[in-house]
Design a protein around this ligand. Sequence first.
Ligand SMILES: Cc1ncc(COP(=O)(O)O)c(C=O)c1O
Length: 361
Amino acid sequence: MLPLVKVHLPERAQLMPALEHVLYSGMIGEGEAVYAFERRFAEQFDLPNVLAMSSGTAALHVALLECCVQPGDEVITTSMTAEPTNTTILQVGAVPVFADVDPETGNLDPASVEAAITDRTRAILVVHYAGYPVPLADIRAIADRKGVTLIEDCAHALGARYRNAAIGTVGEAAIFSFQAIKHMTTVDGGMLVLRNASHMRSARKLRWFGLEKGVPRTEVDISRAGYKYNMNNVTATVGLAQLDVIGPAIARHIDNGRFFDAELAGIPGLSVVPIENGSEPSYWLYTLLADDSDAVERCMAGIGVMASKLHRPNHFHSVFAPYRRDLPGLETFYRRLVHLPCGWWVSDDDRERIVTALRKG
Ligand SMILES: Cc1ncc(COP(=O)(O)O)c(C=O)c1O
């Protein structure tokens, strides 16, 4: 079967010597490899102040804390995402307010976001779902008008761009995930991006129990309890090796995504996602909409291709039951949704086979 997602690792000959070196270096915790990974990641993806974390979830937790989201505050969010987007909101004691999504994109609908704002709203948390950027300009304008913070969950969108800027640079904070099946993995890991450098010191402390690194042990003081959220030198070494090879892998996601956009448009019963003006998706997954999504899954299984809905709308979980609201756009999107594989492992032959099968119906 052609898988829907696949772990991307550098070649053994490239990765293993570096891994062996770090494993037996005597310095496997947070150290130079982590800081080198941060510097190179920021440079390669054109991002400002970054902090490498143990996971995307950890990065999102610290993003919410750095954006001063307090217990009882409301965070406007999407249900059409992976669960950690919203469990972290609960983790800080805040209230997830599910705005509706555009039924054609699965991304937050700015009108629904604006309608959900109250005087308790502290932040808007957007997800560039499956790697397709949300209407950032509209949502940024709402956030500015209403005086609330914008956080970007870019876990699916490494390498995407918005109006000639890297994804993750429009919000006050953004996060990336390096979990196993994302565009780029460090086995597990994440990156926090902070627009304002003045937050870096406190975010660094939150990453390390609340302690300030470099201050002598006998003098250091914890004034706010932090977490054990740091990246270590071993995973950072995987990350450094990935940075040498990830460019072409992401480029292949994008090439396959654009191929499907061109070839699948106009097939009766199917529609492709309209691309947000001025944005360049990085197509972690290809999002296809179908009048009969089950039939598309069966059709793909018939040619040995895995296709499915990858996530469960979060408000279906009982933990989010108190926050359920009517989400007609999401209902339509989710009913029609079927993800197709479009990553670096999808060959020219594979993508032709997929298009031919879908054209036949
Ligand atoms: C949209 C989204 N946000 C956040 C996360 C959390 O990332 P991680 O698994 O690295 O903690 C994930 C991935 O699991 C995700 O898909």
